[in-house]
Design a binder for this molecule. Sequence first.
Ligand code: DGY
Length: 325
Amino acid sequence: MPFNVYVTRMIPRAGIDYLQENCETVDINPEDRVLSPQELLEAIKERDGILCLLTDNINEEVFDAARGAKVFANMAVGYDNIDVAEATRRGIAITNTPGVLTDATSDFAWALLFSIARRVVEADKFTRAGKFVGWGPLVFLGGDITGRTLGIIGAGRIGTAVALKSPGFRMQVLYTDIQQNETLEEKIGARRVSLEELLEKSDFVSIHVNLTPDTQHLIGPRQLELMKPTAYLINTSRGPVIDEAALVEALKEKKIAGAALDVYEEEPKVHPELMKLDNVVLTPHIASATIESRSKMALMAAENLVAVLKGKPPKNCVNPQVLKS
Ligand code: DGY
């Protein structure tokens, strides 16, 4: 097919193979790093489609440079890096990769929950530093998990998957969402409550909302104040959902017991004060990073891109109104 596409950074092979089978020209950023805004503008000129990543800021200037592009296929479920309203005005399709990373991401939320509650990272550092001199009755006491209350903020695909993995730990589940989640209520007796009630009652609060103007700083000083001093906050969604400065204060003042974060307000920067605290676990936005999941995301993004170029409906279009029937 005479399609000319650009991939903004090397992705798993499955996605590249699919593009190469279906497009005449497939150029890939030769370096394993995020392109600078200027490099991105240069690279995408005269392309029919672009496979982009959540680290690419796809804005008006980018659409101006990519005149003729019919699609930006984001290799992520989140698409807050893209000005979708502007894309829609210009008739450009935006696609994402939902579903294929739900298990990997929800598993990782549990990994963070365990790591922070049972102080796994701290204890590992301690042991490697040669400080383990024998079992001690007061060494690395953490928080219980079994039988506790799990609060899910945002009961979409990933929030639901996290909650559905809780019965093995006999947890009560509270959730808050704009919509009722019958699956959670019927399968595990989860209860839909207000954000305030969830924060007051949960021992673990796990965030799974999209980043939108409504969810930016959803968790700020007032919300952190509502949490129990023994509670933990887990974030695998998007960093700006938490007011990081307020979180630092809450952690320093022991208003909450700890936080485990995979995402940050100004990625890849991490608030310098977070780095100094023991009651946090910090990972580099890797919740979906399993071999299988990333491979499926790459293939799905490539399939979405090619579908739009062939004039077929892509599986995952976030602005389907631009697709001509
Ligand atoms: C996404 O897909 O939005 C995740 O943040 C990265 O996998």
